[in-house]
Design a protein. Sequence first.
Length: 285
Amino acid sequence: MSPTSIESELLVSTDWVDEHRNDDNVRIVESDEDLLLYQQGHIREAVKIDWQTDLQDQTIRDYLSKDRFAELCASKGISNDTTVVFYGDKNNWWACYALWVFKLYGHEKCLIMDGGRRRWELDGREFVREPEPDYPRGTYAAKDPDLSIRAFRDEVLQHQAAGKSMIDVRSPGEYTGELLHMEDYPQEGALRAGHIPGAASVPWSRAVNDDGTFKSEAELEQIYLNEAGLKRDGDTIIAYCRIGERSSHTWFVLKYLLGFDNVKNYDGSWTEWGNLVGVPIEKNV
């Protein structure tokens, strides 16, 4: 397996995917914000995982259960020893989100296709409008959730009160409190705007190039270590956004591209924090 030049075993190029997409022990997964995009064209061998209907519990606000995760994997032809390669739109927001859920339930062999749909398309590679492949059923036993990578509200409150490191990966307008959501999106989902006091503003988009691929290790170190002041061997770092997808992207960067062992994704993010009664909020407008 040849990783890309950033030297992460979890990041592979479109060339690698093209070479290995028919391997029996490899399953390619597309996960997009645009829920209709897969039907409009996808990598021929890719299955679809819908971040809303597949990865979310449909009654309570939480992820699917361990048993449902195991059933999802088995139904997509994924077994415990399958290498799963994720890609998608929006510079791999939802691919990283899906990978984070797979890591939450202990799947070991997870990869991200660097650049996602955009890089595959720029390379002139084929998308097909064919039905989702029907692979032989996998055999899967999920592990209990790994809470070392997930932060909950009470932990974030304690973390904030202690002045520990947090990064807000949303757009500058969301951070300052000018917006509740990114520009050109409905301004809804939270009753209050702003950011968690003490959180540094490091928009997720700073980590990627124009073609959707991740920036070099040196560039990422400049952003997260030198400018944001994060420390690989320091206290736990909590990343958040609005609903956890953009912060999954930054979590992937910190954990797997820069080697941070102590980073968590606060998936409740601003749609939880901005609706809580009595929690501290800062605004810069």
